[in-house]
Design a protein around this ligand. Structure first.
Ligand SMILES: [Mg+2]
Length: 291
């Protein structure tokens, strides 16, 4: 008989892991200013969970290139067993691109054309970003495939300009972007979203909830049925990924690592707040969590 207790336990944790994790990237896994993971222990914690067959998802507005370079490659290097990557899922550009691993643990990238911002709008935004006062504090993100994104310049290129200069320019950029959308009669079909580091035009149906649904579809296809989900984020928009999980019937919790005030007051009650902030808050929770 192979039906020993241990064997059925492992099948059980394989199909029904206790937890699945879905992480925002900027300011949740990465340090917001350095824009990369500064706490390598975060990768140790992710690897530990994968070893317990607990799936890991990433859900961000970032490009697939950013996700691969900043998160997936270092994570791959942290794993002694590459087959664990079968339980890793990433979605970028607010659900429009996704990365999973194939039978040989090769990365497979898929782009959902439905969510592509028309080329003409992308080039108008690119041209806009080349003018003052934008070019002094921002740049057009060429790695995005479906969105038109203008991002805060790296610190060393700001030449004495401050985050306040960026925020002021961001306000007029939003106005200019709105004019472009009106001129192309795309209002309602495309949205403008601003974060502390970027201003994006994206498809109205793209967003963190879409990314969350794609994670659920991935798990379904793998026949993995986690008992509970933990979503991690540092912005109001991350509430949507948690809602996306809940609305699909998943038992989910949101661990909020941003400043309390960044989350709408009426939503705060159902959320777990970390003591530390951003990446440190995520690590704190992962270290203290009873797996
Ligand atoms: Mg974030």
């Amino acid at each position: 008989m192979i039906d020993s207790g241990e064997f059925s336990d492992s099948i059980e944790s394989f199909r029904h892991p206790d937890f699945a994790y879905l992480f925002d990237v900027d300011g949740t896994l990465t340090e917001p200013e350095a824009k990369q993971v500064e706490l390598p222990e975060i990768f140790d914690e992710l690897a530990r969970r994968l070893e317990r067959r607990q799936p890991i998802g990433l859900n961000t507005g970032r490009s697939s290139e950013f996700i691969v370079e900043k998160i997936l490659k270092p994570l791959e290097a942290h794993l002694t067993d590459a087959t664990l990557l079968q339980r890793v899922f990433a979605t970028g550009e607010l659900g429009a691109v996704q990365i999973t691993y194939g039978p040989q643990e090769e990365r497979i990238e898929e782009l959902d054309q439905t969510f592509r911002v028309p080329e003409t709008i992308q080039s108008e935004v690119r041209a806009l970003a080349e003018h003052s006062p934008y070019r002094e504090v921002m740049f057009y993100d060429e790695t995005k495939q479906t969105m038109a994104s203008v991002e805060l310049l790296p610190k060393e290129q700001l030449r004495g300009r401050t985050l306040d200069d960026f925020r002021a320019a961001q306000q007029t950029l939003i106005e200019d972007m709105r004019k472009i959308l009106v001129a192309h009669d795309t209002e309602g079909k495309l949205n403008i979203t601003s974060t502390r580091i970027a201003t994006d035009i994206h498809h109205a149906l793209a967003g963190k909830a879409l990314g969350a649904r794609k994670f659920l579809t991935f798990l379904e296809q793998k026949n993995i049925h986690p008992r509970r989900f933990l979503a991690f984020g540092d912005s109001q928009s991350d509430y949507e990924m948690y809602r996306g999980l809940r609305d699909a019937g998943a038992r989910a919790h949101l661990v909020f690592v941003g400043d309390r005030e960044l989350l709408r007051e009426d939503l705060r009650e159902e959320v777990i707040f970390s003591r530390e902030r951003v990446d440190k808050g995520t690590l704190e929770f992962l270290v203290e969590q009873k797996l």
